[in-house]
Design a protein around this ligand. Structure first.
Ligand SMILES: Cc1cc2nc3c(=O)[nH]c(=O)nc-3n(C[C@H](O)[C@H](O)[C@H](O)COP(=O)(O)O)c2cc1C
Ligand code: SF4
Ligand code: SF4
Ligand code: SF4
Ligand code: FES
Length: 627
């Protein structure tokens, strides 16, 4: 139990020394860490860790190296990762069978295992250190600073990296000073809206109430997003600390984390962090002898996207239906159980301890004029380097896609990038040099959202992409208001018509009209932003919509009903393989024999063809094409 600031300082000094010893190897030992994030665990990183312990024991090397787990490195597509300190050697895609070789070669003989190093997709060079991999070079880690470095299940490692210094400092300040510091930092909400965090805290501080709440929004419902999960799995103490700082600043003694039940590892680690913080006296009564009381409980979400909306989230926590209600009143005035509640996103909170520790001025120097700090993105799609990245606001899409992301897969052409998930939009090559921040993304027709970033090449069909997001919205709409419940369904039907080849030019106008009405009249953010994927693709890929409607063509070859399989009778040698594999007997023989061939060629009956693609795969002569 740590009862005073002095005791905390002593413990922190011990923990920092212990962590530094591991990292710089000053005790003469190597320190082996394995990624313990969900992605790598699913590729057996826990078993690989056990194997390291076993092999070191078998070889009598237990004194030469320690083995530990850390949170996600971000580059999940290359996991499982093993890092060896003090050299900082990073091995990727490690398997159980590789452990013996790593121990014999690296630990025993100080020789790097070259074949397990990362290979740059462009230069083909092998890279042994994390910081030298292009994926990491332009990143700046604030929210993710502990992820991939400390053991998330050990508060001592978190303390060694500076955890709870922000809380210690905050407790020496007045509530107003803490709020002012957050305001001055320029931090804006990372949950999607980008609302200034300090201003929100000020509202909650200004309200007088016998009970206030700090709510952490860990619902993370955007498809493909996993930044909040990664923070909770990789550095849960940063959230515990931030919530305590917020509790002190606004005068709340209770914190609630709303987290989706599908995040079992994040839940487990958060519980461990909360329990360890309680044991250390960093949560509970009279924290650090200052008289400040604060504790945290968890509430579980069942995976509804709309429950991430703050009013729906509060109703869900209260045991009611997870449906949004009109604002005002805002949660800061009337939130959980009708009491003032400050709701912030996980990533927003993850920035707070660093801001209080390093100061608003330090933080506000990073980023752009109106968007300070960094943003974590889940970089996905048809790109070489897929994973979780944290970049300074103001970085361009080009830098993210071509430098961090390593460019488009298989040398294909960049076509679009979708940001902001179902609430966002698709940007094109003309936006590649846009310095991204909250406002520039909105100006370009998309939004930051919570940080989904999906890169697409020419094999993506934009009306089909819009339809994908709209289907998601229809599925997730709570149904409370008709513009969203019915309007989005109608948008979806029109998009289906277009991708099926039944669309008209009037439908394109109808899409715009309906989208505008839904945006203006839907009750909550889900409906108000749901037409964005349609509007942005209409704006940026108008030609492609017209092609679907007028020429009945899908240039990406995605919309099945717009494709026809055709046999080139001059190339066809008449072997009949295609007909044998056709499940609907759509291929028959003609009476034409091409010059130089012995057998008559085949033809496809487009009225029977179900576009399964089997014939194209079966033809070894390149005689079948999609038109
Ligand atoms: C449909 C919908 C889903 C949302 N989902 C999330 C979510 O999963 N996580 C989150 O932090 N905010 C989500 N938000 C935003 C929240 O309503 C709220 O603005 C946010 O939690 C505030 O925190 P921040 O200011 O730190 O961003 C969602 C909003 C809408 C309209
Ligand atoms: S906009 Fe959609 S999700 Fe929001 S309240 Fe209306 S029906 Fe529900
Ligand atoms: S695409 Fe499928 S259904 Fe159509 S002709 Fe080829 S094998 Fe038959
Ligand atoms: S498999 Fe190719 S070459 Fe053989 S009959 Fe079919 S189209 Fe002609
Ligand atoms: S889970 Fe291991 S790198 Fe992300």
């Amino acid at each position: 139990m740590i009862r005073t600031v002095e005791e905390l300082n002593t413990r922190k000094a011990q923990c920092t020394a212990a962590l530094e010893t591991k990292i710089n190897g000053s005790d003469g030992r190597r320190h082996i860490v394995l990624c313990g994030g969900t992605g790598c665990l699913s590729s057996h990183s826990a078993e690989i860790r056990e194997r390291f312990i076993e092999v070191l024991k078998e070889k009598g090397l237990e004194d030469r190296a320690t083995v530990n787990q850390v949170g996600c490195f971000g580059f999940c597509s290359q996991g499982p990762f093993v890092k060896i300190y003090p050299e900082d050697t990073l091995y990727r895609m490690v398997k159980i069978e590789d452990v013996e070789e790593i121990v014999e070669s690296d630990i025993q003989n100080n020789t790097v295992v070259e074949r397990l190093l990362y290979v740059d997709p462009v230069t083909k060079a092998k890279v042994s250190k994390q910081d030298e991999i292009n994926f990491y070079k332009k990143q700046k880690r604030i929210a993710l600073h502990g992820c991939g470095v400390i053991n998330p299940e050990d508060i001592n490692e978190a303390l060694g990296m500076g955890a709870y210094e922000g809380l210690r400092r905050a407790l020496t300040m007045t509530r107003q000073e803490v709020v002012d510091e957050v305001t001055k930092s320029g931090l804006r909400g990372r949950g999607g809206g980008g609302f200034p965090t300090g201003r929100k805290w000020q509202f909650a501080l200004n309200v007088d109430a016998d009970q206030k709440y700090v709510v952490c929004n860990g619902d993370e419902g955007d498809p493909g997003a996993f930044m909040d999960r990664s923070i909770l799995e990789g550095d849960p103490n940063s959230i515990v600390e931030a919530m305590a700082i917020c509790g002190y600043a606004i005068g709340a003694s209770k914190g609630l984390v709303y987290i989706r039940a599908e995040y079992p590892l994040a839940i487990e680690r958060l519980k461990i962090a909360i329990n360890q913080a309680r044991e250390y006296g960093l949560l509970g009564e009279d924290i650090l002898g200052t008289g400040f009381n604060f504790d945290i409980e968890l509430r579980y979400g069942a995976g509804a996207f709309v429950c991430g909306e703050e009013t729906a989230l509060i109703h869900s926590m209260e045991g009611q239906r997870g449906e949004p209600t009109l604002k005002p009143p805002f949660p800061a005035v009337s939130g959980y159980m009708g009491k003032p509640s400050n709701v912030n996103n996980v990533e927003t909170f993850a920035n707070v301890p660093v801001i209080i520790t390093k100061g608003a001025e330090w933080f506000s120097k990073i980023g752009t004029e109106k968007s300070k700090g960094t943003k974590v993105f889940a970089l996905a799609g048809q790109i070489n380097n897929v994973g979780l990245i944290e970049v300074p606001m103001g970085i361009t899409l080009r830098e993210i896609i071509y430098e961090i992301g390593g460019g488009i897969k298989d040398g294909r052409q960049f076509k679009a990038v979708q940001t902001g998930g179902p609430s966002g939009g698709c940007l094109t090559a003309k936006h590649l040099d846009t310095a991204i921040d909250y406002d520039s993304l909105v100006a370009a027709g998309s939004m930051m959202g919570s940080g989904g970033m999906v890169v697409m090449d020419e094999t993506s069909c934009m009306p089909a992409i819009a339809k994908f997001y709209l289907e998601f919205t229809c599925e997730e709409s709570c149904g409370k208001c008709s513009p969203c419940r019915i309007g989005n369904k109608r948008l979806c039907e029109i998009l289906e018509k277009i991708t099926d080849g039944r669309g008209t030019m009037e439908d394109l106008q109808e899409l715009r009209n309906l989208a505008a009405v839904i945006k203006d009249t839907a009750l909550c953010g889900l409906g108000q932003t749901s037409p964005n994927p349609v509007l942005s693709t209409l704006d940026n890929f108008w030609d492609e919509y017209v092609e679907h409607v007028v020429d009945k063509k899908c240039r990406a070859g995605v919309c099945k009903k717009l494709m026809s399989y055709v046999i080139d009778r001059e190339k066809c040698i008449g072997c009949g393989k295609c007909a044998k594999g056709c499940p609907v007997e759509a291929i028959t023989r003609t009476d034409y024999t091409a010059p130089g061939h012995k057998l008559t060629s085949m033809v496809i009956d487009s009225t029977k063809c179900i576009k399964c693609g089997a014939c194209i795969n079966n033809c070894k002569f390149g005689a079948i094409s999609i038109q």
